[in-house]
Design a protein around this ligand. Structure first.
Ligand code: SAH
Ligand code: MG
Length: 953
C-alpha cells in the first residue's frame, strides 16, 4: 500500500515488514519455500468414509546465501513467511527499529554522498561518473567543471537509493531525483548550483591533473527515436560523436535542447548489465525555483498517461515517467573502463525488446523462432519442451514489468486421499472448485479402481503474482495434480502465461469484465491493480491493429482455422511435394523441420527471408508453432516439403524477426504483402511410448498386439469386425494383409486427423488392383466412423468381434467404465478384445531408456512413481485394477473374460507389458438389449464397398 505524504517520514522505514527488509538486503537471493502441514483432526471418527476436514497449516523455509531458517506453523502462508523473515533478521542482528534513518539523517547522508562525489578521493575510483567529470574539466569557458545533475542522479546508485527513501516517487520519476539532488547540493557547503540551471559544480574546481584525458576516435552510434505521439513511428538515427565531443551534447542536439544539462537520463532499460537508457528533455517544472520545483514534481499525479507529453512507449520500457520525444541509446561510461562504451540499437532490437515483454515473447526469443513459434498450450514433459521453461518465462515476464517474483507454493496430496490426478486436459476449472477442499472429495468417488495407483502422492502448485507493493494481482492453482514437482509448477506457470497472453490481446477490456475473464480460465485477479499495471502498455497491441495488417482477404480467410472444428474450416492449400513416405508426425511426437518464411507480394519476394531455421524441433499437438504451420506439418510425411502463404502477423513480429533489414521495411513496403512459408519434415521422433516399445521389444509391442488380435480373429472365423478407437488404422491395415474370414470391417475414432490417415491407407490398399490371393479381395465393405465409442450406434450392433487396443487409457476413467458398459450392453459383440498398458511394467520400460539428465535431483530421489508411457494417457492400470474392471464388467453383462497379454511371459513378474482381456458372450443367454434411442451417433467419414468406393473426405 502506498504511504500517504501526510505520514511522518520516519514512519516510512518503520512500516517495512521483516520480509521487505530481507528483500532490501538480499533481493532475489532470498528464497522462500512454503510447506503445507496437515494438522490432525481431534475427535475424528475412525473408519468414517467421508473425509474429515483437516486443517492446513503452513511452515516457511527461508533460504539466504549464508544460512536458512524455518518458521513455526501458521494458518496463513503470509504469516509463515513474515515469521521466517523475522527470525532471519534476528539471526543477522538486524533489529527493525534501530535500522531506520530519520528523514533528517537521510538528507544528511544525501548531502554527504554528493559532497564526496566531488572529492579527489572519489576521483581516484573507477566509478562510471569519472568519465563525466573528465569531460567537465576538459570543457572550456564558463561551464568548466560543470556536471549535469541528471548524470549524477542516473549513475550513482547510492544517491539514487537515498532519493527513493526521501520520496518513493523518485523511483519512477527521474526529474524528482534531480530536484532532490539539487536541493542537497544547495545544502552542501562544497558544491554549487544556480537557480533554474541543472548543473552542479565544485566550489574549488576539480584538479585537472588527477584526471588524465585520452582522446578517442570519433564514433557513430545507432539509436532510436521514440516519439511521444503514438501515431509517429519509432525510427533509427545516428549519433555522430567526434573525438572532442561529449556524447550527451550530441544527444541534446538530437533532442533539440540547448545543452547537455537539460537531458534527463532514465535508469537502464533491459538487462541490468547493459547501458541502454532513455534520454529526454527536462520538463519545465525543473527550472522553477528550487523549492517549488520539488513541490510540483512530488505532487505529480500518478495518472500520468492522461498528460499529453507523456511518452507511453518509453515508459513501458523503463517503468519511469518520460515526457516528450525520447531517444533510446546504449552508450555511457562503465565501471570496467574509462573508455566510452557503446552499442548500436537497431529497429529489430527495439521490436525484439517489445516482443520480450509480451507473455509469450520470451519463449519466442529464446527459441529465436519469432514468427513460427507459439507458447505451447500444454506442458507435457520436460524433455519435449524446447526453450525456456514456463516458470522461467513467468519470472522474466514479472521482472520485465517490475512486479515481484512470482511465488510458487505446493501442497502434497496425501496418498490416502481420493485422487485428483490423471486428467491432463480436464475441463475448465471453476473458481469454486479450485479454492475449496470439496474438490478433493468430489472427484473419483464413483470408481472402485481409483486410488491404488497413486500411493506415492502427487503435487499441486499455486502461483501468486504480487505487485511491488506486495498486493496480490494474480492467483492461480493447478487444476490437476502431478507426480513430479516440476511438472506441477511448470504447468501452473504455463497456465498463467497463457492467460496473460490472452489478456494482452485485449488490454482495453473494461475492469468489470476483467475478473470474469479470469474466472473463465480458473484464475483469480485483482482487476484494479492488474489493469493499472498494464494500462501503460497499450501500444503493444495497438501496433498489431495497424490498418496495414488487415487480413489479406483472399489468402487470410482460408488459413485462419482458429480453434474451430477442422471439418468446418477450409483446409488451406499446402502444395505438398514429394512421395508420401508414410511416416507422419502424430500427436506427441517430436518433429524436426527446416523452414523459411519470406515476405512476398504477388510473385515477388521482398528482401531476405524474414526467418529461417535449418533445424527446428517441437512437439506436435501442443500448439508450439503457429497453427497454419502445424496443420501443414501434420499433413506431411518424412522428407516431404510444402509451401503455403498466410496473412501477415503483427508488425512487431515482422520487424523483430527481420534483423538488419528491419529498417528497410516501411509500412508502405508491407502493404499488400503476405508471408510465404516453405517447410520440410526432416525427422519424426515418435512419442515416448512408441520409442520405448520399439527399442525394447522385437517385434515392436504394437506389432505384437496387432498379431495377437489377428490370431484371435482368425481362430474365431469372424466375418464382421469393429475396431473401437482405430486411430490411424494400424489394425485394420494389417487385417488386409492377412488371410481372414472377414467381410466387413469398421473403424471408429474421435480423432479426425487419425481417421483421415486411416482412410488414406485403407483406400489405397483396397482399391489396388492386385493379386487375387490378397486378403483385401474378400472384404466387401470397409467403413470409418467419426464418433465417440462411449456413444452407441445401432449400425454396429452384434458384430462378431470388437477390438479396442490401447484406447481406454486415453479416456478419463469414468469414460472408460462407460465404454465398458455401452459396448457389452448395447453393441454386444460376440467377442471383445481390450488391451491397455500394465502400469507395473513401467519400471522395466523406463529403466530401459536412458535416464533424463535434465531431471531435477528432487525428482531422482522420488523416482518411485513411474511416469505414464504417453502424455495423453489419463491412467495406466495395474493388473489388479484391470482385472477387477474387466471381471465386474463381464459379470454384469453375462460375458466371460480371460486375461492374457503381449511383451513378457505369462506368470513372470510383473506380468505382460500390454495386458489384454478377451470377453466372450455367454451363448446360453444370448439376448442383448438394444438401446434404440441412442442409435446413429456416428458420422461416416469414409466408406468403401467392393464395387464402388465413396469418400466423404
Ligand atoms: N487402436 C489404435 C490407436 C490407439 S491410440 C492402435 O492400437 O494403434 C488411442 C486412440 O483412441 C486414439 O486414436 C484416440 O483418438 C482414440 N480415442 C480416445 N478416446 C476415444 C473415444 N471416446 N472415442 C473414440 N476414440 C477415442
Ligand atoms: Mg496408449
Amino acid at each position: 500500500m502506498e504511504i500517504g505524504e501526510t505520514q511522518p517520514p520516519v514512519a516510512k522505514r518503520a512500516t517495512l515488514t521483516p520480509k521487505a527488509l530481507i528483500h532490501q538486503k538480499y533481493g532475489d537471493k532470498a528464497c522462500y519455500k512454503i510447506e503445507e502441514v496437515q494438522e490432525a483432526v481431534q475427535n475424528g471418527c475412525p473408519g468414517l468414509a467421508i473425509r474429515q476436514q483437516c486443517r492446513s497449516l503452513f511452515r516457511c523455509f527461508l533460504e539466504l546465501p549464508e544460512f536458512s531458517v524455518t518458521s513455526e506453523t501458521f494458518s496463513k502462508k503470509k504469516d509463515a513467511e513474515q515469521s521466517a523473515a523475522k527470525m532471519a533478521l534476528e539471526k543477522l542482528g538486524i533489529q527493525p527499529t534501530t535500522n531506520k534513518l530519520t528523514m533528517q539523517e537521510t538528507w544528511d547522508e544525501l548531502v554527504a554522498r554528493l559532497s564526496y562525489l566531488f572529492t579527489n578521493e572519489f576521483l581516484s575510483t573507477s566509478h562510471p561518473l569519472i568519465g563525466h567529470f573528465r569531460v567537465a574539466v576538459q570543457r572550456e569557458g564558463d561551464f568548466y567543471g560543470f556536471v549535469p545533475v541528471s548524470v549524477i542522479a542516473a549513475y550513482d546508485v547510492k544517491l539514487n537509493n537515498l532519493c527513493k527513501f526521501i520520496n518513493q516517487k523518485a523511483e519512477t520519476n527521474p526529474p524528482l531525483s534531480i530536484a532532490l539532488i539539487l536541493k542537497a547540493a544547495r545544502l552542501s557547503s562544497s558544491i554549487c548550483t544556480s537557480e533554474g540551471k541543472l548543473w552542479i559544480w565544485k566550489q574549488n574546481p576539480l584538479s585537472p591533473e588527477i584526471i588524465h584525458s585520452d582522446l578517442k576516435e570519433s564514433i557513430q552510434i545507432k539509436a532510436m527515436r521514440i516519439p511521444c505521439s503514438m501515431e509517429k513511428p519509432v525510427e533509427t538515427l545516428t549519433l555522430n560523436v567526434s573525438s572532442k565531443e561529449y556524447y550527451l551534447d550530441v544527444i541534446a542536439q538530437k533532442l533539440g535542447v540547448g545543452d547537455c544539462s537539460q537531458v534527463i537520463i532514465s535508469r537502464t532499460v533491459s538487462k541490468a548489465s547493459s547501458e541502454m537508457r532513455l534520454y529526454f528533455s527536462a520538463p519545465k517544472d525543473l527550472y522553477l525555483t528550487s523549492d517549488s520545483s520539488l513541490e510540483v514534481l512530488s505532487n505529480m499525479k500518478e495518472t500520468v498517461n492522461s498528460q499529453s507529453l507523456f511518452n507511453a512507449r518509453a515508459h513501458y520500457f523503463s517503468g519511469q515517467n518520460i515526457y516528450g520525444d525520447a531517444l533510446l541509446a546504449t552508450v555511457g561510461y562503465t565501471w570496467k573502463s574509462t573508455d566510452l562504451f557503446h552499442e548500436d540499437v537497431s529497429l529489430a532490437t527495439y521490436y525484439r525488446m517489445l516482443i520480450c515483454r509480451v507473455p509469450d515473447g520470451n519463449y519466442k526469443l529464446s527459441r529465436e523462432a519469432i514468427v513460427a513459434a507459439e507458447l505451447p498450450t500444454a506442458f507435457t514433459t520436460r524433455s519435449n519442451w524446447r526453450g525456456s521453461f514456463p516458470r522461467e518465462l513467468l519470472c522474466m515476464f514479472c521482472r520485465q514489468h517490475r512486479l515481484s517474483e512470482p511465488i510458487f507454493s505446493t501442497e502434497k496430496i496425501n496418498p490416502s486421499e481420493p485422487p485428483l490426478e490423471i486428467s491432463k486436459n480436464c475441463q475448465k476449472l471453476k473458481l469454486s472448485e479450485s479454492t475449496s477442499e470439496t474438490e478433493h472429495a468430489n472427484r473419483g468417488t464413483g470408481d472402485a479402481n481409483d486410488g491404488e495407483l497413486r500411493g506415492q502422492g502427487t503435487f499441486k502448485y499455486e502461483v501468486r503474482i504480487l505487485s511491488k507493493e506486495q498486493d496480490v494481482i494474480i492467483e492461480c492453482s493447478s487444476e490437476d495434480s502431478y507426480r513430479r514437482h516440476s511438472d506441477a509448477y511448470q504447468s501452473v506457470a504455463l497456465k498463467v502465461l497463457t492467460w496473460l497472453n490472452k489478456y494482452f490481446k485485449e488490454l482495453d477490456m473494461p475492469i468489470e469484465k476483467l475478473s470474469c475473464f479470469g474466472v473463465d480460465y480458473g484464475i483469480r485477479v485483482n482487476p484494479q491493480i492488474l489493469s493499472g499495471v498494464f494500462a501503460l502498455c497499450p501500444f503493444v497491441h495497438n501496433v498489431q491493429q495497424t490498418s496495414v495488417f488487415r487480413k489479406c482477404s483472399s489468402l487470410g480467410a482460408s488459413v485462419s482455422a482458429g480453434d474451430s472444428n477442422p471439418k468446418e474450416s477450409v483446409v488451406p492449400l499446402f502444395n505438398i511435394e514429394g512421395p508420401d513416405t508414410g511416416m507422419s508426425p502424430s500427436s506427441g511426437s517430436l518433429t524436426c523441420i527446416s523452414y523459411s518464411i519470406s515476405l512476398v507480394r504477388g510473385m515477388e519476394y521482398i528482401g531476405e527471408p524474414l526467418e529461417s531455421k535449418d533445424e527446428f524441433e517441437f512437439e506436435i499437438g501442443a500448439g508450439a508453432i503457429n497453427q497454419q504451420l502445424e496443420t501443414c506439418v501434420t499433413q506431411m510425411s518424412l522428407d516431404q516439403s510444402a509451401r503455403f502463404t498466410t496473412e501477415l502477423p503483427s508488425r512487431d513480429l515482422i520487424l523483430g524477426a527481420s534483423g538488419e533489414s528491419a529498417e528497410a521495411l516501411s509500412l508502405q513496403t508491407l502493404q499488400g504483402c503476405f508471408l510465404e512459408y516453405s517447410v520440410k519434415v526432416l525427422r519424426v521422433t515418435e512419442p515416448l511410448e512408441d520409442r520405448m516399445e520399439q527399442a525394447l521389444f522385437s517385434p515392436p509391442l504394437s506389432k505384437q498386439r496387432v498379431e495377437y488380435a489377428v490370431r484371435l480373429i482368425n481362430e474365431s472365423h469372424a466375418t464382421t469386425l469393429v475396431d473401437f478407437g482405430c486411430g490411424s488404422g494400424s489394425l485394420l491395415d494389417s487385417l488386409l494383409e492377412h488371410p481372414t474370414a472377414l467381410e466387413k470391417i469398421v473403424g471408429v475414432d474421435i480423432s479426425w486427423k487419425s481417421l483421415c490417415r486411416a482412410a488414406k491407407i485403407l483406400h489405397s490398399k483396397l482399391s489396388m488392383d492386385s493379386d487375387p490371393k490378397v486378403q483385401s479381395k474378400r472384404i466387401s465393405s470397409a467403413i470409418l466412423y467419426d464418433g465417440s465409442i462411449t456413444d452407441f450406434d445401432a449400425r454396429l450392433f452384434g458384430f462378431d468381434i470388437g477390438t479396442c487396443l490401447e484406447v481406454i487409457e486415453h479416456m478419463e476413467e469414468d469414460q472408460a467404465s462407460l465404454f465398458g458398459d455401452v459396448v457389452l450392453s448395447s453393441f454386444c459383440p460376440q467377442i471383445l478384445i481390450v488391451s491397455t498398458p500394465n502400469y507395473e511394467y513401467n519400471p522395466i520400460l523406463q529403466r530401459g531408456t536412458s535416464p533424463n539428465k535434465e531431471d531435477d535431483l528432487e525428482e531422482k530421489t522420488q523416482s518411485l512413481p513411474f511416469k505414464f508411457r504417453n502424455h495423453d494417457h489419463k491412467f495406466e492400470w495395474t493388473r489388479e485394477q484391470f482385472n477387477s474392471w474387466a471381471s465386474n464388467l463381464a459379470s454384469r453383462y453375462n460375458y466371460s473374460v480371460e486375461f492374457d497379454g503381449v511383451g513378457g511371459s505369462p506368470g513372470v513378474e510383473p506380468g505382460f507389458a500390454s495386458q489384454i482381456a478377451v470377453f466372450r458372450k455367454n451363448t446360453i443367454q444370448a439376448d442383448c438389449l438394444r438401446d434404440g434411442k441412442a442409435a446413429g451417433h456416428y458420422e461416416v467419414l469414409w466408406e468403401w464397398t467392393s464395387n464402388t468406393s465413396r469418400s466423404a473426405l
